[in-house]
Ligand binder design. Structure first.
Ligand SMILES: Cc1ncc(COP(=O)(O)O)c(C=O)c1O
Length: 392
């Protein structure tokens, strides 16, 4: 069913204001296949489950991609049933999560600190089986174009690059630790393909240097995710073709290593929309506001990033009341939610040709870091519906 048909049908069937997440599984399948097929053979494409752990997303992606990257025991539980390779990395792991990861036969576990290494080594010793690990590195320098820096700046993630040699010496001295590779996830929402390529090349170089210096049995270089969605100008998206072509050119530098990409946002964001109805339109201190059934408790991303979420308006002609319909006409409007906080803003002061109470606003790119990063319980409003528009 097309999104517009769904909206019209829903409006006819129910007097309740519309509020739903619409997921397009067919689009997800096509997009995932295109990304996977564009990559060179030495690349493996994993899905970072944290972007959207929806079960139908996972079942759609499982047969297409090379595995799942999970960041908690809960994510591991959701992903393990698809019997695909798993990578487990998290900054603050619990012992039970480490044991669960070992029991689930994860392909590698991230080591993010000396204490992490000690715990993984200790638990592996108790089991008497070696654990394959990736050393997660917080690089000295990062890709400056990215939206969120997770590396190259002080963060809770990974091992400071300057401490990697001493961590490697320690890891090598431990009986049940098998160093499989390095992990470099360093950014979020990078929009430059060239910058991403420079980042991948530098990760590869560093990994080979440490491999040679410490005589490591290295097989994997994991560059994480971080490929961005241009929420500010969706017409100018991340240039995947340039990235894929650049990765193909790395063939001769790979030296038998596998390059792992763990994509979240770029795989799923465009496959979900959040659609919700305007309940009121009004002026306050000379500014116009449209208030939605819904808001940042369902879609927190724009409030968290202090950005305008890309949207379009689906006009609804029917107006059930005998009194006037409030509207804004050819002017700027701020689109807010139903919460009792001025931070519940999804779009700030953006021009619209017309927006009326009863119209539906469609927020696109809501398939990643949307519902699951939002504070659902605040104000106890009913949750949105979840609808799968097209089967995979
Ligand atoms: C370790 C790791 N890998 C992959 C990802 C996915 O990143 P993205 O959704 O930006 O592709 C994240 C996101 O935070 C992450 O922390």
């Amino acid at each position: 069913m097309k999104m517009e048909h769904f909206i019209e049908q829903k409006k006819q069937q129910s007097k309740e204001p519309l509020c739903a997440y619409l997921y397009d599984l067919k689009k997800l399948k096509t997009h995932a296949c295109e990304l996977k097929n564009s990559l060179p053979e030495f690349c493996r494409l994993f899905y970072a489950v944290k972007a959207n752990p929806d079960e139908r997303f996972l079942s759609t992606l499982a047969p297409i991609l090379d595995g799942f990257e999970v960041a908690s025991g809960g994510e591991m539980e959701k992903a393990v049933r698809f019997k695909r390779p798993l990578l487990f990395g998290a900054p603050a792991k619990k012992d039970w999560e480490l044991v669960k990861a070992m029991d689930s036969g994860v392909e590698a576990l991230n080591v993010e600190s000396f204490h992490d290494l000690n715990r993984i080594g200790y638990l592996s010793n108790q089991r008497g089986t070696p654990t394959p690990v990736l050393i997660r590195v917080n690089l000295n320098r990062d890709v400056p174009e990215s939206h969120h820096m997770m590396s190259g700046v002080p963060t809770q993630f990974g091992v400071d690059e300057r401490e990697v040699p001493s961590l490697l010496r320690k890891a090598k001295s431990m009986n049940h630790i098998s160093i499989k590779g390095f992990h470099f996830h360093a950014m979020s929402n990078n929009l430059s393909a060239q910058a991403h390529l420079r980042f991948v090349e530098s990760c590869l170089e560093k990994s080979k240097t440490w491999r040679d210096q410490f005589d490591l049995p290295l097989s994997m270089v994991d560059v994480g995710g971080g490929i961005g969605i241009n929420y500010w100008n969706p017409e100018d998206p991340f240039d995947w073709v340039t990235l894929a072509a650049g990765l193909h050119r790395l063939k001769d530098q790979m030296d038998g290593l596998t390059l792992v990409l763990e994509l979240g946002r770029f795989l799923t964001a465009a496959c979900g929309s959040y659609v919700t109805e305007v309940l009121d339109v009004k002026k306050n201190h000379d500014q116009s506001f449209a208030l939605l059934r819904g808001g940042s408790h369902h879609l927190r991303l724009p409030a968290a990033w202090k950005m305008n979420h890309p949207f379009r308006i689906h006009a609804i002609e029917e107006w059930p009341y005998p009194f006037e319909r409030p509207e804004v006409y050819h002017e700027k409007v701020t689109i807010t939610g139903e919460l009792c906080t001025p931070n519940d803003v999804l779009v700030k002061s953006v021009y619209v040709p017309r927006l009326r109470a009863g119209d539906v606003v469609i927020f696109e790119y809501a398939g990643a870091y949307a519902w699951t990063i939002s504070h659902h319980e605040f104000l106890s409003h009913p949750e949105p519906e979840f609808v799968y528009l097209h089967e995979a």
